[in-house]
Design a binder for this molecule. Structure first.
Ligand code: FAD
Length: 387
């Protein structure tokens, strides 16, 4: 039987970051397994690349601040430019209740050191994004250090740096079983290419993490949720450096990427069909109608159906990541359930998980709110629909 010190299941941005950070801490024989034929074919390749620290809980703000710090050193560390572009995130409130939610989140952000996040009134909003129709806008918040990253460059950078440190990546290799000893620990991973003896296993299987945990008899409450993106034909109707602009009431948001305007609006997956990742024509019509009302210049844009896409979020019950050893299976490490924030938080989660695997606890920041046992304890983080 072949062997690996740590088997990382999943070669998306999270698995790549974990593998790199483990190798940097001196782990040898780290092997990443992915059933796809190459990088970027899971959710990482579907992400639009938003980066923000404007969250509603201290732990999510801290993950973002750690990630931002690491993004600023990413090129030096990996040799690849992550495309961090701080053009800001503009959140818009249409009611007093929405404004109160944004203000409460901002108080948390300020307490965590994100002092540049600010409340903005209608005049300032019109200055920040002049394309907006202000009819539905009462006020908002803006953070100039939020913005965008390039998801596939993060993946490329972490894999390149990990390989230089000796990490192996096995594509086209599906994990089909996890063998447990009588004491509950894992001894081997079964793959479509044979078995590997292991000292530890990391579940970085994104939207499929629940099924991977099942292989070890571990219950992991992560479910896939479809997210759709409508892309316009290339156009110059909005500036490339327009901030991400989000309507807090319904989550409709838009950005410009590579000359196209991307329109997003979270809607529940079709009942019973969470794995269906087709783009629905009726959804495209509805999101375009919202865009036309809220950003009138987009009435002149055409949606390019062929360039639109859908992918999967990996959602946990409180929409926060799950980080640490699996309850009852101490050498199965979970880094799951980022709930649609996995690209931006990958630099932080990879480092923190490597600390946990190496030292038994994360030293950079207190990750107690992300402990896997919180669901059994009934002590979930406050979940916000958007923030
Ligand atoms: C439309 C859309 C927009 C998004 N926008 C953003 C954004 O702006 N910012 C942000 O931070 N995040 C965004 N996300 C979320 C982000 O894409 C995910 O949080 C992130 O990619 C998760 O990374 P991952 O490495 O865990 O998952 P993945 O990239 O999906 O990697 C998991 C890998 O596990 C592999 N795998 C699964 N099961 C097995 C098995 N049994 N054996 C072997 N391999 C297996 C899969 O093949 C896959 O490659 C978006 C997601 C979508 C769908």
């Amino acid at each position: 039987m072949s062997s690996a010190s740590v088997a990382v299941i999943g070669g998306g941005v999270i698995g790549a970051s974990v593998a790199y950070h483990l190798a940097r801490r001196g782990w040898h024989d780290v092997v990443v397994f992915d059933r796809n034929g190459g990088p970027g074919q899971g959710s990482t390749g579907q992400a639009t690349g938003g980066f923000r620290a404007q969250y509603a809980t201290p732990i999510n703000v801290r993950l973002s601040l750690l990630a931002r710090d690491k993004l600023c050193r990413f090129e030096e560390e990996t040799g690849v430019d992550p495309g961090y572009s701080p053009v800001g995130y503009l959140w818009l409130a249409g009611t007093e209740a929405e404004l109160a939610t944004l203000r409460a989140a901002q108080a948390v952000q300020h307490a965590e050191g994100l002092v540049e996040a600010m409340e903005v009134g209608p005049d300032e909003i019109a200055g920040i994004n002049p394309a907006l129709c202000m009819d539905e806008v009462l006020g908002g918040v803006f953070c100039p250090t939020d913005g965008f990253v390039r998801p596939l460059r993060l993946l490329e950078g972490y894999f390149a740096a990990a390989r230089r440190l000796g990490v192996r990546v096995e594509w086209d290799t599906e994990i089909t079983g996890l063998s447990r000893r009588a004491d509950g620990t894992l001894s081997a991973v079964q793959t479509s290419r044979g078995a590997f003896g292991v000292a530890a296993v990391v579940n970085a299987a994104g939207a499929w993490a629940g099924a991977v945990a099942d292989l070890a008899g571990v219950e992991l409450p992560v479910v896939p949720l479809r997210r759709q993106v409508a892309a316009t034909e290339p156009c110059a109707l909005l500036p490339a450096d327009m901030p991400m602009t989000i309507f807090a009431g319904d989550g409709f948001h838009l950005r410009v990427r590579d000359g196209r305007v991307l329109l997003l609006w979270p809607t529940p997956g079709a009942p019973g069909r969470p794995w269906d990742i087709e783009v629905e024509p009726s959804w495209v019509q509805a999101v375009a109608a919202k865009a036309h009302r809220r950003i009138p210049v987009l009435r002149r844009a055409t949606i390019d159906f062929a360039a639109s896409w859908a992918g999967l979020y990996e959602v946990s019950p409180d929409k926060h990541a799950i980080l640490g050893p699996a309850p009852g299976c101490p050498n199965l490490f979970l880094v799951n359930g980022s709930s649609g924030h996995g690209v931006m938080h990958a630099p932080a989660l990879g480092q923190l998980l490597a600390e946990i695997v190496s030292d038994g606890a994360a030293s950079t920041t207190d990750v107690t709110p992300l402990r896997p046992s919180r669901f059994a304890e009934g002590r979930l983080n406050p979940a916000s629909e958007l923030l």
